[in-house]
Design a protein around this ligand. Structure first.
Ligand SMILES: Cc1cc2nc3c(=O)[nH]c(=O)nc-3n(C[C@H](O)[C@H](O)[C@H](O)COP(=O)(O)O)c2cc1C
Ligand code: SF4
Length: 352
């Protein structure tokens, strides 16, 4: 019997089923960083088609931390009204709405003064200097202040983006973090920034305001050691009352097109040793994939590209169809090449 339709309660976050639309930059924000009616309408389509929990694309917590044009800014109170309209729209269809908070770190497009967890040479002859402790604490504060705004909007919670080599993920992983102060070194030091932010949000928004975290479940440097560190990190998040940790991976874009459920073996091993509620994202394209994840005891199932390709994929999957997504990754560029399009399959599928 499928658990896909089973409700789940994660702290104060009650979801009607196990399906998450994983955070996905929509390319639909306004040039001044506001949520648009077009984006809200996309969320409505997802909610109408049965998604239990919708996580926004990465929203930027501070000037100097934007990863994309069209990204939603959550560093000023002017974001609250748009988020409120989005949350109300999603709630009207029985789904939950969580806002992803992110800082791009050295991947920022809106500053020349690039800063990273540890100084490093970047592509295109660019250089990032090492962040000072005062800067780290200031960044922590921007995440906390953003969470306060999200709470004011009526959204159901925040997700910290600590994956995919954006700033927070770089602290966790020795590939990037070679600091020797309190924000580096051992696993406790590398996890400190995330822990400080979670604690700060709980103090500012109340212990019961849902905080979620998206994290890589692997590392390019010492993957076995990283897995051991993750056991520590997930036991800390559990103890701190984090509602859900969504497991992703560093190189999802490089996975073969015919591969499915990229990180299941890692997630299943973690499941056996940690109590933290978990979700898994990456390469989930069919009902069978969803069942495999849930059967292994992972609490929820997250998808991104399947929803970019077909926002109404969920009823189709339940009817036994598979996603039409080619895993071609053109959705990272197509909105700039063909305004109004999000997926290369869009024309073909619209003609059907
Ligand atoms: C166009 C696009 C934009 C994305 N934007 C985000 C984002 O804003 N935040 C994030 O955590 N992940 C983002 N992702 C990654 C997805 O959430 C997901 O982790 C990844 O695509 C693997 O899952 P999938 O195989 O279901 O697509 C994005 C993915 C795509 C395709
Ligand atoms: S552009 Fe390619 S990877 Fe992206 S959703 Fe469409 S088919 Fe999938």
């Amino acid at each position: 019997m499928s658990r896909l339709n089973d409700p789940i309660v994660l702290g104060k976050l009650a979801c009607k089923n196990r399906i998450i639309r994983s955070a996905t930059h929509s390319f639909l924000g306004s040039p001044d960083g506001k949520i648009t009616d077009e984006e809200i309408s996309m969320y409505e389509t997802l909610a109408k088609n049965g998604v239990g929990l919708i996580i926004t694309g990465h929203c930027c917590v501070a000037p100097g931390g934007r990863a994309n044009e069209e990204q939603i800014n959550v560093y000023a109170d002017s974001c609250i009204e748009g988020l409120r309209r989005a949350a109300e729209t999603v709630h009207a269809h029985g789904a939950k709405f969580v806002v992803q908070l992110s800082h791009a770190g050295p991947r920022a497009i809106d500053t020349e003064d690039l800063a990273d967890v540890t100084a490093r040479e970047l592509k295109k002859n660019r250089h990032a200097r090492e962040m000072t402790v005062a800067e780290i604490r200031a960044v922590e504060k921007t995440f906390i202040n953003a969470a306060v705004r999200v709470k004011q909007s009526g959204a159901d919670g925040v997700q910290l983006h600590a994956a995919h080599s954006y700033l927070l993920s770089r602290f966790l992983d020795t590939t990037f973090n070679q600091r020797t102060d309190e924000y580096g070194g051992d696993k406790e030091g590398r996890f400190r920034i995330v822990e400080d932010i979670i604690r700060g949000i709980q103090e500012a928004c109340g212990d019961d305001f849902p905080v979620l975290v998206k994290i890589n479940c692997d590392s390019k440097t010492d993957d076995d050691a990283y897995e051991r560190d993750l056991v520590y990190m997930l036991s800390r998040t559990k103890r701190m009352g984090v509602a859900l940790v969504e497991l992703s991976g560093v190189a999802f874009l490089d996975e073969p097109r015919d591969k499915h459920v990229y990180y299941l073996s890692r997630a299943s091993r973690l499941r056996r040793v940690v109590e933290q509620p978990l979700s898994l994202v990456g390469g989930i394209r069919s009902l069978e994939d969803i069942e495999r994840v849930l059967e292994d005891g992972i609490d929820m199932v997250s998808m991104s590209r399947a929803f970019v390709c077909e926002p109404d994929i969920l009823p189709k999957l339940k009817a036994g169809e598979s996603s039409q997504c080619l895993s071609c990754n053109r959705c990272f560029v197509i909105a700039h090449l063909h305004p109004g399009m999000r997926c290369v399959r869009q024309r073909k599928l619209m003609k059907k």
